[in-house]
Write a protein that binds this ligand. Structure first.
Ligand code: UGA
Length: 466
């Protein structure tokens, strides 16, 4: 099928490249002409594993192209995926102005009827408004537009694999013809007929995805409901971690046992500095606003958000407890991206941590495998190290803010020797406390029993967990 992608952000690029990989003819556009120019020169604006390879291959195969000519892109596709940003407004609502601009553009430039698919994360009932707007903006054009919602469940860092091996595909439609068109688009995934470019024929065994056909409202709600549930789950793990830390238990032991219950499951129970990124925090906010407008009690979501916001403060409290005054203390930070596998720092816990430490006038030296360039724009005056070991030089504490697996295999003996005080504050429980203690570090993880909590537990007649 001929497909247009409007918006070359992370979702648009992954969607466009993967649809081309599935055999469709795809043209992508963006109102940032500079971005299109860079894409045409072969420069991807984001770091996303496997994306570069499939972009190049499909461009060569003439199935994928990028154009700054918005009208040409609109006219190309029988189906148009809207993948524009929906950032949070001051009050937490999603800013849908880019959706509205896309609708105006489609209505003005289309010369034939189109299927318009919302891929961006939007609040419920946006599809209805989009359909109405398209009708009004195109009232004299003679073109008609059907609208569908097709939420994405991609995770940054594994987005290409997630797209090509989905657990489920949700299509929210209002008529049968739209359903047929979307089934056709996703047929290669449902029938598992594509030669997966990532695993070279050795894809991990996985059942074929279920394609769920719902109303447009339900599809929109599914996306917000999923992201908010994940956020609640993480905050719950963080609540358990705080209880562990204050009363002498080990959160890793607790969540491991919890996760073995199939009703709970092991995922998204990792405690730490909390959830960041451009999806979970803003989607919870937008979902809270939606619930409030629907006169629903959203206190569960508000509490999850509140627990998340307090993560950095409680981590800093731990730092102050160990270091007393933070002013002029040299502190190393490993990890800047909001999670491993990406260079994205939007709403990254590390960014908030750095701001707060700078307010207290700590001296920072930082490292991340992918996110340093983006962080330099926000914090130009801190020291960026090319070698992760260098963040420890002369430092009185080393903080781990993102759990990049590569940090586990650093030369920790060398790091211990180079620190002026070998203190690790592991905000992601990446390292083994036992191993680090054996190497001579003072190690503080998240949700681990401390000397004080172990003492308190013993005082109350309980054996500490370790
Ligand atoms: C999230 C959802 O997981 C995807 O399903 C969804 O498609 C996507 O948003 C989206 O709406 O586009 P993503 O933002 O890439 O994906 O990142 P996650 O893997 O969900 O992680 C979000 C944050 O939660 C990260 O800061 C991560 O470090 C944190 N996290 C995650 C935890 O603190 N603990 C966990 O157990 C898991």
């Amino acid at each position: 099928m001929r497909i247009s992608i409007m918006g070359c952000g992370y979702v648009g690029l992954v969607t466009g490249a993967c649809l081309a990989e599935m055999g469709h003819d795809v043209v992508c556009t963006d109102n940032d002409g500079g971005k299109i120019e860079r894409l045409n020169q072969g420069a991807l604006p984001i770091y996303e594993p496997n994306l570069g390879d499939i972009v190049v291959r499909n461009e060569k195969a003439k199935r994928l192209s990028f154009t700054a000519n918005l009208g040409e892109a609109v006219r190309f596709g029988d189906a148009i995926f809207i993948c524009v940003g929906t950032p949070p407004l001051q009050d937490g609502d999603a800013d849908l102005s880019a959706m509205d601009s896309a609708a105006r553009l489609i209505a003005a430039e289309a010369r034939s009827s189109k299927l318009v698919i919302e891929k961006s994360t939007v609040p419920m009932q946006t599809g209805q408004k989009l359909k109405r707007a398209l009708g009004i903006y195109a009232r004299n054009s003679g073109c008609s537009f059907s609208v569908a919602s097709n939420p994405e469940f991609l995770c940054e860092g594994t987005a290409v694999a997630d797209f090509l091996h989905p657990d489920r595909i949700v299509i929210g439609v209002g008529d049968e013809h739209t359903e047929v068109q979307l089934r056709e688009i996703y047929r290669p995934l449902v029938e598992q007929t594509i030669a997966c470019p990532i695993h070279n024929g050795n894809c991990p065994p996985k059942p074929a995805p279920r394609l769920l056909v719902t109303s447009i409202n339900s599809a929109e709600l599914i996306k917000h409901a999923c992201n908010s549930f994940l956020a609640v789950k993480i905050s719950y793990a963080n609540l358990i971690a705080d209880i562990c830390e204050n009363m002498g238990a080990d959160v890793d032991e607790v969540v491991e046992a919890m996760g073995l219950d199939p009703r709970i499951g092991p995922h998204f129970l990792r405690p730490g500095l909390g959830f960041g990124g451009f999806c979970l925090p803003k989607d919870v906010q937008a979902f809270i606003r939606l619930g409030q407008k629907a006169s629903v009690d959203v206190s569960l979501l508000k509490d999850a958000e509140c627990i998340n916001k307090n993560r950095i403060e409680s981590f800093l409290a731990k730092a102050r407890q160990a270091l007393w005054i933070l002013k002029d203390k040299r502190i190393g930070i490993l990890g800047l991206a909001f999670k491993p596998g990406t260079d994205d720092i939007r709403f990254a816990p590390a960014t908030e941590l750095i701001s707060r430490l700078l307010q207290e006038q700590a001296k920072l030296q930082v490292y991340d495998p992918e996110a340093m360039e983006k962080t330099k724009v926000l914090f130009p005056s801190i020291r960026y190290c090319d070698d992760p070991h260098d963040v420890a030089d002369g430092a009185e504490a080393l903080m781990i803010a993102t759990e990049w697996p590569v940090f586990k295999t650093l030369d920790w003996r060398r790091i211990e020797r180079s620190m002026s005080r070998p203190l690790i504050l592991d905000g992601r429980n990446l390292l083994s406390g036992e191993e680090m203690t054996a190497l001579g570090f003072e190690y503080r993880g998240v949700g681990k029993p401390t000397d004080e909590s172990a003492h308190a537990a013993a005082h109350h007649g309980q054996a500490p967990s370790r």
